[in-house]
Design a binder for this molecule. Structure first.
Ligand code: IPE
Ligand code: IPE
Ligand code: MG
Length: 247
C-alpha cells in the first residue's frame, strides 16, 4: 500500500547512537565508529529527502558529551569541522538546507566559522532542512529561552502573565519549524538523553536495536512504516480522532 502524505512525518528527530559499540565489535577505535556514523548520515539524509521528509534533526554532540575523554571529544569536533567543510557544497547541490542548533560559543573558532559558512552556502536550498544539534541539550534550550523572556520582561516589553506556551516556544531553537512527529533512537537504549525535550512532547517514539552505522535506508523505511500505523491522539479519544481523520 502506498504511504499517504498524511502518514509521513513532516519532521524526524534522530538520536544517532551506537557508534562506539559498532567500532568495538570490530576491534576498532571508537573514532572509526564515528566516521562510519558520518558516512551513514550521508545516506540517511539522501533517503529522507527522497521520501519527502521536510525536516530532519540529528543529535551529533550533546551538552553532556563534553564529559567524554578529551581525545574522543577532539576527534569528534575535528570530524564535525571536516564534515561541514566537505558536505556543504554537496548539500546545496542536492537542495538541502543546513542549520546548526546548540550553544556554539564553547566550540573552537575554526568550527564556529565553518558552521556559519556551511549555513550560508546551503541557505538558498528549498528542500529538506537538515538540523544538526551540536553542544545541544533540551535543558539548555529551555534555559536560553527563559533567559530571553526574562530580558524582555526586564525591559518592560513583556508582562509575566503574558508568557504562555506559544511565547516560550518562540524562543526555542527552531521556532519556525513544526515539532518532531517521529523521534528515532538507534543503538538499543530507550531514553531521550536530553534531546528536544519540549519539542518532542507529542512525538511518536521509535527505538531501534541497530547501531547507528547499521541503520540504513531500509531501517528508516521500517520506522516510517511503523509510524504510519500509529494513531496520534493528542489527548483525544480514539473515536474522536477517527471521526476527523478521513484516512
Ligand atoms: C553516538 O555514538 C555518537 C555520539 C554520542 C557522538 P556513541 O559514541 O554514544 O556510541 P556508543 O553508545 O558508545 O556505542
Ligand atoms: C546521545 O548519545 C547523544 C548523541 C547521540 C549525540 P549518548 O551516547 O551520549 O547518550 P547516553 O550517554 O548513552 O545517554
Ligand atoms: Mg552512546
Amino acid at each position: 500500500m502506498p504511504m499517504t502524505s498524511a502518514a509521513l512525518p513532516r519532521h524526524i528527530a534522530l538520536v544517532m547512537d551506537g557508534n562506539g559499540r559498532w567500532a568495538k565489535a570490530r576491534g576498532q577505535a571508537r573514532h572509526k565508529g564515528h566516521r562510519a556514523g558520518y558516512e551513514n548520515l550521508r545516506q540517511i539524509v539522501g533517503h529522507s529527502a527522497r521520501r519527502g521528509i521536510q525536516v530532519l534533526t540529528v543529535f551529533a554532540f550533546s551538552s553532556e558529551n563534553w564529559n567524554r575523554p578529551k581525545g574522543e571529544v577532539n576527534l569528534l569536533l575535528q570530524l564535525l569541522t571536516e564534515a561541514l567543510r566537505r558536505e556543504a557544497p554537496q548539500l546545496r547541490d542536492n537542495n538541502v538546507r543546513l542549520r546548526l542548533i546548540g550553544e556554539r560559543s564553547a566550540f573552537p573558532e575554526r568550527l564556529v566559522r565553518q558552521m556559519a559558512e556551511a549555513e550560508a552556502i546551503t541557505a538558498p536550498s528549498t528542500g529538506l532542512l537538515l538540523q544538526v544539534a551540536a553542544n545541544y541539550g533540551g535543558r539548555w534550550d529551555l534555559l536560553q529561552a527563559c533567559r530571553a523572556l526574562a530580558v524582555q520582561v526586564q525591559a518592560g516589553e513583556l508582562q509575566p502573565e503574558q508568557i504562555d506556551e506559544a511565547c516560550l516556544g518562540q524562543q526555542l531553537s527552531f521556532a519556525d519549524q513544526p515539532d518532531p512527529d517521529l523521534f528515532i533512537r538507534t543503538g538499543g537504549e530507550q531514553r531521550m538523553s536530553n534531546f528536544l525535550l519540549w519539542q518532542s512532547a507529542y512525538a511518536e517514539l521509535y527505538f531501534s536495536p541497530l547501531l547507528w552505522p547499521e541503520f540504513g535506508p531500509e531501517a528508516l523505511d521500517q520506522a516510517l512504516a511503523d509510524y504510519a500505523g500509529r494513531q496520534r491522539r493528542f489527548g483525544k479519544t480514539g473515536e474522536q480522532v477517527q471521526e476527523t481523520d478521513p484516512c
